[in-house]
Design a protein around this ligand. Structure first.
Ligand code: MN3
Length: 172
């Protein structure tokens, strides 16, 4: 599975920086400030989401796709979903349910419980900690899979960095 994201991640960063720069203008009125919030939410979310995405993916030769079966995350997933396969099935169903652009997430709530959720556009996870995030924007799969979205959702598990996921969960 190829990754195509470097340039477009930079675009979110550039647009975030531009919006933050404008926000720092002492002559900006309140209307201007409010208008910039959408750009900050979108591009800031895009930056945060992709920063996690790159960490949570790894090429197969670097261990991508290889579940860590000894750790606390694996234990928590199998106790909630029965098996890793059943968890992946539910995550893929969440990915498939996204209308338009968005992300699917495995998150851990403050009480330690795991949950699958989705966000629209570049909305990011606040208040809970994302463990795995999967980009379900068309740009994430179209270059390699065209409209075969389900194939992308299946293949993404071959490059999930379970070591990183485990460490995000156990260091929460
Ligand atoms: Mn993307």
């Amino acid at each position: 599975m190829k990754l195509h994201h470097d340039k477009h991640h930079q675009t979110y960063v550039n647009n975030l920086n531009a919006a933050q720069e404008k926000l720092a203008d002492p002559n900006l009125d309140l209307e201007g400030e409010v208008a910039l919030q959408a750009a900050i939410k979108f591009n800031g979310g895009g930056h945060i989401n992709h920063s996690l995405f790159w960490k949570i993916l790894a090429p197969q030769k670097e261990g991508g796709g290889k579940p860590v079966t000894s750790g606390s995350l694996h234990k928590a997933i199998t106790s909630k979903w029965g098996s890793l396969e059943d968890f992946q099935k539910e995550m893929n169903a969440a990915l498939a349910s996204i209308q338009g652009s968005g992300w699917a997430w495995l998150i851990v709530d403050k009480d330690g419980s795991l949950r699958i959720t989705t966000t629209a556009n570049q909305d990011t996870i606040v208040k809970s900690k994302p463990i795995i995030g999967i980009d379900a924007w068309e740009h994430a799969y179209y270059p390699q899979y065209e409209n075969r979205k389900a194939e992308y959702f299946k293949a993404i598990w071959n490059v999930i960095n379970w070591k990183e996921a485990e460490s995000r969960y156990s260091n929460r």
